[in-house]
Design a protein around this ligand. Sequence first.
Ligand code: 9YT
Length: 129
Amino acid sequence: MIVRQLQTAQDSTRRIDSAGWNSVRMLLTDDNMGFSFHITTIYEGAELDMHYKNHLETVYLTEGAGEITDLATGQTHPLSVGSIYALNQNDHHILRANKGTHMRMVCVFNPPITGQEVHDESGAYALVD
Ligand code: 9YT
């Protein structure tokens, strides 16, 4: 059994900080769960272009509000507490947190990420062997 605490993990190398967001990786590849599990915070007013070409991702919003634009269709969907989105087609998207609020999100990746990936210029994570 694996038991971890967000308050501890966010003071460790499990937390990564980037422009407009941070993420605490609660479960990674080496936990052998078949998915990775992240608590991600998108900062107020941030607008992030993301394209996980090699990973499927599901995201559940627990705090804040914003929107997601599906760049394949141009459609924008509002996000509020309780919203879920699943990038079942490796969907290229833009994520925005509304002004005046951050978004706190629970994210699951399949396959799991190792923690060593970096976003390339297209917003994707390469697969790490
Ligand atoms: C909202 C979202 O896409 N979160 C992804 C997790 C984050 N990019 C990470 O942990 O690297």
